[in-house]
Design a protein around this ligand. Structure first.
Ligand SMILES: Cc1ncc(COP(=O)(O)O)c(C=O)c1O
Length: 312
């Protein structure tokens, strides 16, 4: 197990509570893309502080703990663009620098962000990207004469995204003006596919039946009262086209590759995003005599209960 430090202060906690020799990793803070509201990610330790942190706090600690891994995770995912290569090279260069004074360091973790298909038009050269990542690491190591690191990944969506699909039925059609036709689904995007609402995520969407009917442009609407509960564009065309409903059985619409994050973000309890437990629910209110009461409606979810669900 290699705990990754996100913050320099976390080291104190490990020193205090871990009684056996242990390994450590450090997450390197990435610069965000120019269109993000922040310059630098809140996650990780600033690249320019890491060498000093290593020398001051990790080196020469009588072998109680050692730095084994550098970690980077880019919010925007692994893409063939200047931003990705420049951030990746930042961590590779840091690895090469650190390796010279920290021989135990032997791993780079490139985090998650390997994409999956969110539209039929998706075209991504997985082999090329992996080859390029390995090549970049190799070239830098050769140039600086340090051994190649082990390369770790934490591909989340790539591993589980394709494991699930959501199927809705269209329970009503509404034409609200001359151009906008709504298909109302028997559920809610906000509660069942929260990424569509929260971060504008698109999923692979296909009609399940009525393929031979004429197609037209529609907007899919959830049946919550929330005006943002809709899905109006596909990744490649920024619009949604579906068959006309016609007669007979309802039109079913499938959203595919929804296995990552959607269940974990919505609902109470269970396995939540990054294993952050559901908090304690406390209800505070007055009884009919005007006396204030509070009681625990649900206890905070424990780490043990999550691990049990996961089969540990
Ligand atoms: C540290 C870390 N690693 C890996 C992942 C998985 O990312 P993805 O699902 O994009 O592969 C995440 C996602 O939040 C993350 O925060």
């Amino acid at each position: 197990m290699v705990p990754i430090l996100d913050n320099v202060d976390e080291l104190r906690g490990y020193i205090k509570s871990v009684k056996v020799p242990f390994n450590l990793g450090i997450r390197v803070a990435a610069e965000e893309e120019p269109n993000f509201p922040f310059y630098t990610s809140r996650l990780g330790i600033r690249a320019k502080d890491i060498l000093e942190f290593y020398v001051d706090k990790i080196e020469g600690n009588e072998h109680r703990f050692q730095l084994k891994m550098l970690h980077i995770f880019l919010n925007k995912g692994i893409k063939d663009d200047i931003y990705y290569w420049s951030e990746l090279n930042k961590v590779i260069n840091l690895y090469c620098q650190l390796k010279k004074i920290c021989p135990e360091l032997d791993s780079i973790n490139i985090g998650g962000g390997f994409p999956i298909k969110h539209s039929l038009g998706f075209d991504y050269n997985y082999q090329f990207m992996i080859n390029e990542i390995v090549r970049n690491i190799k070239v830098a190591c050769k140039r600086t004469k340090v051994p190649m690191p082990n390369i770790f990944t934490e591909f989340g969506s790539y591993t589980v995204g394709e494991s699930m699909a959501h199927i809705y039925s269209v329970i009503g059609e509404k034409m609200q003006n001359d151009k906008e036709t709504w298909y109302m689904i028997d559920s809610s995007f906000i509660t069942t596919l929260p990424d569509t609402w929260g971060i504008g995520e698109k999923f692979l969407m296909l009609p399940i039946n009525k393929w031979d009917n004429e197609y037209h442009r529609v907007v899919l609407g959830g049946i919550t009262c929330d005006s943002h509960d809709y899905y109006d564009s596909e990744e490649h065309i920024k619009e949604v086209f579906l068959p006309k409903v016609g007669e007979g059985e309802p039109l079913y619409v499938g959203f595919f590759h929804t296995g990552a994050y959607q269940d974990q973000i919505s609902g109470y309890g269970g396995i939540k995003h990054c294993l952050i437990p559901s908090p304690k629910h406390i209800i505070v209110g007055y009884d009919k005599n005007g006396k204030l009461h509070d009681w625990v409606y649900a206890k905070e979810q424990t780490a043990q209960s999550m691990l049990k669900i996961l089969g540990y």
